[in-house]
Design a protein. Structure first.
Length: 263
C-alpha cells in the first residue's frame, strides 16, 4: 500500500484515551452512530492503560501524596510513559486532561476538537495526577461541570461523543449539527412528530402549514423563548441581536411573558 493510499484511509477523528479502566468504554464505543463511525473508519479510538508501564510486580501506578492527605495520586512515570509511547507509535496529538479544575467544555470547544483531528484524552483517577505531567506535557485541562467524578472516563466519553458527531459522515443528516442547541449560542426549538394529536395535546398548526418561511420564523422565536426561560446566562455572553429583540417583542405572546433584565 502506498503512503497516499494510507493517508486516504486515515480517520477524520483519531482519539487516544489514557485510562486505568479501558473496559469502561467497551459498550459505549460499539453502540449507535459512534459505533458505526468507528466501524466505517471515520473515527478511530485507541485506549492505553498506564498500568502497562507501572512499576514492580503489581504494576504500581499510584502513591500517597507528598504533604499528607487522604487518597492516592497517580504517579508520573506510568502516565508519561503511556503518553510518549502513544505519540511515538501513532504520532503527536492535542493533549487534553480531564479534571474538575479545567475550563468548561462547551459546543465551541467540541468544534475546535473536531477540527484538530487527533486528540489524546488523559483520564485521572483517585485524588488526581502528579502535577509534573501537566508541567511536562502541557495538556489543555477541561471539565464537563462543577462536580467531581471518580475518574475522567465518563468526561472523556461525553467529549468524544460531542466532538465525533461534528465530524462529516458520522451523523446521517449533516444538517443536524447546524440547527441544534448551542450551535448559534441559543437553545434548540422544541420538536414534534406523528401523531398530530396525543392525549389532548396538538402539534402547533404552523408546523402543519407547509409554509417554510413561517416555520423558520416560528422556530427561531421558540428557540429564543426557551433560551430566555431556561438559560438566560447565555444572553450575558451572547446578547440578543436587534432582530431577536424585535422578534420577541413583536410576538403575540411576548406581552404575556415575564420580561427578563436582559430583554
Amino acid at each position: 500500500m502506498t503512503r497516499s493510499s494510507e493517508a486516504a484511509k486515515a480517520p477524520l477523528l483519531d482519539v487516544e484515551i489514557v485510562t486505568l479502566f479501558p473496559e469502561i468504554f467497551d459498550s459505549f464505543l460499539g453502540a449507535s452512530l459512534l459505533g458505526k463511525a468507528i466501524g466505517g473508519g471515520i473515527v478511530r479510538v485507541s485506549r492505553t492503560n498506564p498500568r502497562t508501564f507501572g512499576t514492580g510486580r503489581h504494576r504500581k501506578v499510584d502513591d500517597a501524596p507528598y504533604g499528607g492527605g487522604p487518597g492516592m495520586v497517580m504517579m508520573p512515570e506510568p502516565l508519561a510513559a503511556a503518553i510518549e509511547s502513544i505519540e511515538a507509535e501513532r504520532g503527536p496529538a492535542h493533549r487534553v486532561l480531564l479534571a474538575p479544575s479545567g475550563r468548561p467544555f462547551d459546543q465551541s470547544l467540541a468544534e475546535t476538537f473536531a477540527a484538530r483531528g487527533r486528540l489524546l484524552f488523559i483520564c485521572g483517577r483517585y485524588e488526581g495526577i502528579d502535577e509534573r505531567i501537566v508541567d511536562l506535557f502541557t495538556p489543555e485541562v477541561v471539565s464537563i461541570g462543577d462536580y467531581v467524578l471518580a475518574g475522567g472516563e465518563l468526561a472523556a466519553a461525553v467529549m468524544l461523543e460531542a466532538t465525533a458527531r461534528l465530524v462529516p459522515g458520522v451523523l446521517g443528516c449533516e444538517e443536524s449539527t447546524v440547527d441544534e442547541s448551542f450551535s448559534a449560542k441559543r437553545l434548540e426549538y422544541p420538536q414534534w412528530t406523528r401523531p398530530p394529536s396525543f392525549r389532548g395535546l396538538d402539534v402547533p398548526e404552523v408546523l402543519l402549514s407547509g409554509n417554510h418561511a413561517q416555520v423558520a420564523k416560528w422556530r427561531k422565536l421558540e428557540s429564543l423563548r426557551r433560551t430566555v426561560a431556561r438559560r438566560s446566562d447565555l444572553l450575558q455572553h451572547y446578547p440578543l441581536t436587534d432582530e431577536e429583540k424585535w422578534l420577541l417583542d413583536g410576538s403575540p405572546k411576548a406581552g404575556r411573558r415575564k420580561k427578563t433584565p436582559l430583554q
